[in-house]
Write a protein that binds this ligand. Sequence first.
Ligand SMILES: [Fe+2]
Ligand SMILES: [Fe+2]
Ligand SMILES: [Fe+2]
Length: 423
Amino acid sequence: MDVRIESMASDCSATIHVDLRQVIYALSDALDLVGIDDVAHGKRVGIMAAACGRELGLNPAQITALFDLGVLHDIGVSSTTTHSHLVSEFDWESSQNHCDIGYTLLRDFAPLAALAEPVLYHHTRWEKLVQLTDVSREVIEQANLVYLVDRVDALAAPHYAEGVLMYSSEIRAQIVAHAGTYFSPELVDAFLAASATEAFWLQLEPRGIQDIMQEMLEQGSGCQASIGELKQIAEIFSRIVDTKSPFTAVHSLGVSRLARFFAKGMGVSPENCDKLEIAGLLHDLGKLRVPDEVLDKPGRLDERERTIMNAHSFETFQILRHIKGFEEVTQWAACHHEEPDASGYPFHLHSGDLPLEARILRVADIFQAMAQDRPYRPGLSAEAVLEFMNRLVAEGRIEAAIVRVAALDMPGAMAAARPAVNA
Ligand SMILES: [Fe+2]
Ligand SMILES: [Fe+2]
Ligand SMILES: [Fe+2]
């Protein structure tokens, strides 16, 4: 990432030494989880876009930008249903919606703002793109190249398990058939040149993908993120998770604010308050892999559905654990469903093994879920939330000292739990 912002808004001067590029690539794993059983779409699109960029003679910075664009192009997709339409239909009628969402998420985050416009146009046909007079040539080419390789991946997706190489001629022919209409003839030529080798297709297998991700990461190391940037990127991803389901409108944001509220009351250091806020924003990232019909099921989950749902906190762990400097954030976020008597999941840890911040996050998660409006009922009142929390204290499931912080200022706790969107 060549853009570096030193002093974005932060209410704490402490720093976390984290490489922004590592955060972005790790979080892109969360986007890829929306594919459920096929969890590398964005990465493959990035790899193919970069390979075509090399064929076009672009410079290293432009190739990296194409790679990043590919990795993040589906940042507007959190629904598993939307994802399956996008990979199973060549030109799905509702595809523009996720481009608009992606554009909105990216445009205000300075380090990634340059990707916003190409994301907006990554499902617009070439013949329409060239008529847009207010869009730069570079954006048009980036957007159209991502569209092209994105469609290559959609055509290839059913064949990755058995080996895609056997289908490469067929896929190349399908792309050629859309030259001049969907795709720029020049970009189609670049794709044909890049994809003429076996290596192009074989690198799309899981082992190849991991190696390339590692290489790209090594190129970008040394760029430290500020707390403000980390909070911003975490907030972007929390919005992706929260908008996945009508049940969770501002859940992650509310959990994050509440966790800070409790932590302040418990005397947690300002630096850890910041980290806890980030952990709150990211704690349910793993829910991106939960199919829409399970997450949105109005009634009780059956055993199979419960098993799928309960994997989400371990998925969160898997995504965050690769970020150096995020060790505590990862632990706190991953442990939000652990119970004091070790009956929780995914690690079955006793409360004695859980740091205060993780225990706070768990209380914030439960509190917010009670206070949150649901499609079928408004959120509980302050009195009802407090009564529920006190019942859990009595049952030994959460700590009295943490709930006491809320009891002393219920209006403050409720305001933190139900933030206005854009607040
Ligand atoms: Fe895509
Ligand atoms: Fe959760
Ligand atoms: Fe949660």
